[in-house]
Design a protein around this ligand. Structure first.
Ligand code: SAM
Length: 207
């Protein structure tokens, strides 16, 4: 999904840092920051990076702190990757980053473990546009990889748009699962979830 080079890529909530390390190997940025709140894990990662990338020490840095408190340099061409956390946390991080950079456009690559409809709504509110999106099926779970930019692209649809392949049985399964989930929620709270059900029904990804 990532082809473009950036000045800075942030591997946010990086845990073992595997994603950021693969980007370091591919030399996709001048600098890669690894950020996570867990200090023992960050100490291990720092050691691991020294072992594997000692020659490229200027190209990476480990930061142990809450992503919501991140101080971001005034540099153009920055990408923040946030993967493997829930929808509410992802939304909180997007809000924090937008507050930290009110006038500097940036890109995001998101892969939330759920709550993508609400995540996309927040992206739309904050002036992001779609670069690319994909449905990912891994370890028997569905994810949505959402790559967006404040510098232009296609309009974002809250349900996802170009990622859906109507003849792909896995996509049909994911659509049905998502629809069932929101129908259950709408049965308990029609005012909050009725329109979400209607949006997914309108997609009609069925065999
Ligand atoms: C399941 S791991 C995701 C790892 C990796 N991004 C992936 O997709 O495989 C979630 C990580 O988020 C980190 N995390 C949770 N809240 C955070 C916060 N407020 N600031 C920074 N990191 C946070 C946790 O410490 C944990 O390492």
């Amino acid at each position: 999904m990532l082809k473009q080079r950036y000045s800075i890529i942030w591997d946010c909530c990086c845990d073992h840092g595997l994603l950021g390390m693969s980007l370091l190997q591919r030399k996709l940025a001048d600098k890669i920051f690894f950020v996570d709140i867990l200090s023992p894990q960050m100490a291990l990662l720092e050691k691991d990076l020294h072992g594997r990338f000692s020659g490229d020490k200027a190209n990476w840095q480990v930061i142990c702190q809450d992503l919501n408190d991140l101080e971001v340099p005034e540099v153009e061409s920055q990408l923040f990757i946030i993967a493997g956390v829930g929808g509410n946390k992802t939304i909180q991080f997007i809000e924090s980053l937008c507050a930290a950079m009110p006038t500097l456009p940036f890109d995001l690559l998101l892969c939330s473990v759920h709550g993508n409809y609400a995540v996309r709504k927040v992206l739309i509110e904050h002036g992001f546009f779609l670069k690319e999106e994909q449905i990912v099926f891994e370890n028997n779970r569905f994810y949505e990889a959402i790559y967006v930019s404040q510098s232009g692209g296609q309009a974002i649809a809250a349900t996802g748009s170009v990622m859906w392949d109507k003849v792909n049985p896995k996509h049909q399964q994911y659509w049905q699962k998502t629809l069932d989930h929101y129908r259950k929620k709408a049965a308990a709270d029609p005012a909050a979830f009725g329109s979400i059900v209607a949006d997914y029904e309108a997609l009609l990804i069925t065999g």
